[in-house]
Design a protein around this ligand. Structure first.
Ligand code: PGA
Length: 255
């Protein structure tokens, strides 16, 4: 049984999709499909330039808006970057940190992921912290060690109080955008490993209460089975978050 205080969170990661006008259209279309489905929190993480439009379109609905990344400094000479304070001002409530595409294509490390997480929490954002193993690591049998190490490094210096605003998204890199999904048993097992590491750092209560999502080719067909697992408290959804009917079917599965 999951503790009552643990929230299920269904979050869409739009990645580099949806300009402001498209974001607005999407939210207008999706809001009625997910209205009143309050057994989970519903979030869409948008490209920076579309956050404002998404926030305005989501006003008065049960949809929350987030960003897909954040810089760790508050302001200054960091061309092309956006700070947590700026995200707050446009109405973002959440931010994805450490997505595997950021780690893979933009050279982000556990050290910078940790700094971004700290900055976002200090500014009052909720963080969706992504971690997960690559295919070679799973094949080598070191998944538990990899996710354990990432959990420890990415959360270094974060207090138990701050942890209440952290969601962990377990995303096996081999399952992202590939159509390959971890089996429900694999997702449950590795989310459970992460929860044990959280328990070793913050105690059982914090571990019982933290939301741990699964991400990687979650869709309207496989969501119910994944979300039924004891350690899977929601999903971080890429491809299927771009189609209102597919996304709302996942929200239905969580309800
Ligand atoms: P996917 O992406 O659902 O398209 O696999 C998930 C993610 O990258 O967060």
């Amino acid at each position: 049984m999951k503790p009552e205080s643990r929230r299920t969170v269904i979050a869409g990661n739009w990645k580099m999709n949806f300009a402001p006008s498209e974001a607005k259209k999407f939210i207008k279309k999706t809001a009625p499909l997910v209205a009143g489905k309050d057994a989970c929190d519903i979030v869409f993480c948008a490209p920076y330039v579309s956050i404002d439009a998404a926030v305005k379109a989501a006003k008065g609905t049960n949809i929350h808006i987030g960003a897909e990344n954040v810089h760790f400094e508050d302001h200054g000479a960091f061309t092309g970057e956006v700070s947590a304070r700026m995200l707050k001002e446009v109405g973002a409530e959440y931010v994805i940190v450490g997505h595997s595409e950021r780690r893979q294509y933009f050279a982000e490390t556990d050290e910078t992921v940790n700094k971004r997480t700290k900055a976002a929490l200090a500014a009052g954002l909720k963080v969706i912290l992504c971690l997960g193993e690559v295919k070679e690591q799973r094949l080598a049998g070191i998944t538990d060690e990899v996710v354990g190490m990432q959990t420890k490094l990415d959360l270094a210096g974060i207090t138990e109080e701050e942890l209440k605003n952290v969601i962990i998204a377990y995303e096996p890199v081999w399952a992202i955008g590939t159509g390959l999904t971890a089996t429900p048993a694999q997702a449950d097992e590795t989310c459970g490993v992460i929860r044990k590491v959280v328990a070793s750092l913050y105690g059982k209560k914090a571990a019982d209460e933290i939301t741990i999502q699964y991400g990687g080719s979650m869709n309207d067909k496989n969501a119910a089975e994944l979300l039924a697992k004891k350690n899977v408290d929601g999903g971080l959804i890429g491809g299927a978050s771009l189609v209102p009917e597919k996304f709302s079917a996942i929200v239905d599965a969580a309800n």
